[in-house]
Design a protein around this ligand. Structure first.
Ligand code: MRU
Length: 365
């Protein structure tokens, strides 16, 4: 995506061909800061502390983390240590396990002296595949937006609500939920995007709003509690969100608060779509509520809010009494019955075991 006067992906190799660079997402929207990752530990910290975040980008960063580890020490012991360290960074997004299993599966049979080059090559391939996958998700999702636009008066915008950031920053490029938006905008379809702020970390306010503003897509930031009201008043034509792990039967785990949006959408007859690349499907899991590990993050993320101060500096303010503890479950699960459809790189599937298996017979088996 375009930032300032150049095109960026969310992760890339520096000119020396081995150092990895990322955009520090904890600094957006106020500062655009590029950070180098020079060792596997840097990649692990980047994922754990959410300099990078979003399921596909977590997977891509882990893949480069394996490459950085092999560059330092390509022994069997180092391979296993890197796998375990990176796997321990965040528990919910299954793209992390997918990428690490993929890298370990390819590297383990190789002689150590061949591992570094193979790891870099595969990490680059994972990034390129993610870009193409998300482009295809956009092309499929565009058809849904076109259908709604066709029912509207000329010039009337299609109003789409999204939660968290499933944008280009959460992937390598395009985003998942946002890819159909970029495609529709490029096709000249008028849009209005409702951006949920997404407490506690405000990925909507900090990241999705920044992306929409950068692309010139009309949008408005709303508090997380506004979505139901807007749907009741006919101001939302569809919801599109991303996901960190979707089960074989179509249950969708995504950022905390997604489930409440799906309930409100169901009650108001608003179509609720989930956009996902196939590495986000966990074929080993069926019942998302019972089986997906939900990350519990620090209560400080609830009690302290980051923003730009009147003097221009970026800082944190406390919004609750010092004595009040906070709980911070970071994800929730939306049961498949509330999901209108799953937008994947192979097309749009109903959120059912049969629907997913029909699109991915090779993987479902
Ligand atoms: O905690 P985060 O910011 O990593 O959570 C991200 C989300 O929940 C996204 O919606 C999800 O990863 C899909 S990204 C295409």
């Amino acid at each position: 995506m375009h930032v300032g006067d150049r095109d960026y992906r969310s992760i890339w190799l520096a000119g020396d061909g081995w150092r990895v660079e990322i955009i520090d997402q904890t600094r957006l929207p106020h500062e655009f800061v590029v950070r180098p990752l020079e060792a596997m530990d840097d990649a692990a910290v980047a994922i754990r502390d959410m300099w990078v975040r979003g399921a596909p980008l977590i997977g891509a960063t882990a893949a480069y983390g394996m490459a950085l580890a092999m560059r330092a020490d390509a022994s069997d012991r180092a391979l296993e240590a890197a796998y375990s360290a990176l796997m321990a960074t965040r528990p919910t997004a299954v793209n992390l396990r997918w990428a690490l299993d993929d890298l370990r599966g390819r590297l383990a049979p190789l002689a150590p002296e061949r591992r570094t080059q193979a790891a870099y090559a595969r990490a680059a391939e994972i990034c390129d595949e993610d870009v193409e996958t998300n482009r295809l998700i956009g092309a499929h999702g565009l058809s849904l937006i076109e259908e709604i636009a066709a029912r509207k008066a000329p010039g009337e915008p299609v109003r789409i609500l999204t939660h968290c950031n499933a944008g280009w920053l959460a992937t390598v490029d395009w985003g998942t939920a946002t890819s159909p938006l970029y495609h529709a905008h490029a096709a000249g379809i008028p849009l209005h995007v409702w951006v949920d702020e997404t407490r506690p970390r405000n990925q909507g306010a900090h990241l999705t709003a920044w992306e929409m503003a950068g692309a010139g897509i009309p949008h408005a930031l709303i508090v997380d509690n506004a979505g139901g009201h807007l749907m009741q008043h006919g101001q939302v034509d569809m919801v599109i969100v991303g996901t960190d792990r979707t089960t074989a039967r179509g249950d969708v785990c995504n950022k905390i608060g997604t489930y409440l949006k799906a309930l409100a959408a169901k009650d108001n007859g608003v179509p609720f779509y989930v956009a996902l690349p196939s590495p986000t499907i966990d074929w080993t899991v069926s019942d998302g509520v019972a089986e997906i590990p939900i990350e519990e993050r620090s209560g400080d993320e609830v009690s302290l809010v980051q923003g730009r101060m009147p003097n221009g500096s970026v800082g944190m303010v406390r919004i609750s009494p010092e004595a009040t503890p906070a709980a911070n479950p970071a994800f929730d699960v939306t049961p498949a019955r509330l999901v209108t459809g799953l937008i994947t790189e192979r097309g749009i599937a109903p959120a059912t075991p049969e629907g997913l298996a029909a699109l991915f017979p090779d993987r479902a088996a």
